[in-house]
Design a protein around this ligand. Structure first.
Ligand code: COA
Length: 260
C-alpha cells in the first residue's frame, strides 16, 4: 500500500473501528497502524479483542462493547477519545450473518442481524459524533453489495445493508456542514472472513462464487483496507456520501446464488 500512498499517511491520526477484532475490521486496523495511526478496536468478545490488540501492538486499544448496546458503545467511544483525543477516522465494521431462507429464520434471527449491522452503525455514529474531529473526520461504513442486489438466504443482511447505505448517505447530508465526511465501502466476496466462511464453506461453493466474479477471484482483506485508507486520507477530501463498490465486478452480473 505504501507504494501507492507513501508512508505514514495517517501519522498523528486516531481511528476507532467497530468489529476490529477480526476479518475486514482487523485488516483495516493493521493498515491504519502501519500508516502511523493509533487505533481503538471495539468488539463484544473480550478474549478475541485481547488477542487482536496483542497482535496489533502498542498503537492499539481494545474497547469491549456490543454495538447493539448504545450506552456501552458510547462509553467505549468516550474512553477511546479520552486516551487518543478527537477521533479522525471512524469505521463502522461490526456485522453479523448466517445463511438461511426467510422461512428458516425466526423474527429474532432477522432482528439479530439488523440490530448488529444497521442499529449498530446508527449507535456508533450517533455516539461518536461528539468525539469526532470537526472539521476533518472521515467516517466509513462497511456495507456489502447486498444493499442493492437481492440474494436468496440473505434477507436480513440485504435489508440491513440497504439501511446502512441510506443511513450513511443521510448522515453525509446532515454532517457535511461540520466538515465530517461519510462514505460506504461495499465489498463483494472477501477471502479469509467469517462471512465468507459461513456463505461458502466448501471448495465447491467457493468455486461457484468465484465463477460469478468477472475477475475470477475473491478480494483479499488488504484490498478492502487499501480502499479504507484512501477514504480516510486527504486524497478523498472531496468525497462524501459515496458508495464505493469493490467486488471484482461481481454485482455487474445481476442475481447469483450465495449461501444456498
Ligand atoms: N439459521 C437460522 N437462525 C439462526 C442461525 C442460523 N444459522 N444462527 C442464529 N440464528 C438465530 C438464533 O436461532 C436466534 O433466534 P431465536 O432466538 O429465535 O432462536 C437468533 O438468530 C439470534 O441468535 P444468537 O446466537 O442468540 O444471537 P447472537 O447475538 O449471539 O449472534 C448472529 C448473532 C446470529 C448474527 C451470529 O451469527 C454472530 O454472532 N455473528 C457474528 C459473526 C459474523 O456473523 N460475522 C460475519 C459478518 S459478515
Amino acid at each position: 500500500m505504501s507504494a501507492v500512498f507513501g508512508s505514514n499517511v495517517l501519522a498523528g491520526k486516531a481511528a476507532y473501528i467497530t468489529g476490529g477484532s477480526s476479518g475486514i475490521g482487523f485488516g483495516i486496523a493493521q493498515t491504519f497502524i502501519a500508516q502511523g495511526a493509533r487505533v481503538a478496536i471495539q468488539g463484544r468478545n473480550r478474549e478475541k479483542l485481547d488477542q487482536a490488540v496483542d497482535a496489533l501492538g502498542e498503537s492499539a486499544l481494545g474497547c469491549a462493547a456490543d454495538v447493539r448496546n448504545y450506552e456501552a458503545t458510547a462509553a467505549a467511544l468516550a474512553g477511546a477519545s479520552q486516551k487518543f483525543g478527537a477521533i479522525d477516522i471512524l469505521v463502522c465494521g461490526a456485522a453479523g450473518n448466517f445463511p438461511a431462507p426467510v422461512l428458516g429464520m425466526s423474527a429474532n434471527g432477522f432482528k439479530a442481524v439488523v440490530d448488529i449491522d444497521l442499529l449498530g452503525t446508527f449507535n456508533t455514529c450517533r455516539a461518536a459524533f461528539e468525539h469526532l474531529r470537526k472539521p476533518g473526520a472521515s467516517v466509513i461504513s462497511i456495507s456489502a453489495t447486498h444493499a442493492f442486489q437481492p440474494y436468496a438466504h440473505q434477507a436480513h443482511v440485504c435489508a440491513a445493508k440497504a439501511g446502512v447505505d441510506m443511513l450513511t448517505r443521510v448522515l453525509a447530508l446532515e454532517w457535511g456542514g461540520y466538515g465530517v465526511r461519510l462514505n460506504i465501502i461495499s465489498p463483494g466476496p472477501v477471502d479469509e472472513t467469517e462471512g465468507m466462511k459461513r456463505l461458502a464453506p466448501t471448495e465447491e461453493s467457493r468455486r461457484q462464487v468465484m465463477e460469478g466474479v468477472p475477475l475470477k477471484r475473491f478480494a483479499a482483506i488488504s484490498e478492502i483496507a487499501g480502499l479504507a485508507l484512501f477514504l480516510a486520507s486527504d486524497a478523498a477530501a472531496y468525497m462524501t456520501g459515496a458508495v464505493c463498490v469493490i467486488d471484482g465486478g461481481a454485482s455487474l452480473a445481476g442475481y447469483r446464488r450465495l449461501g444456498e
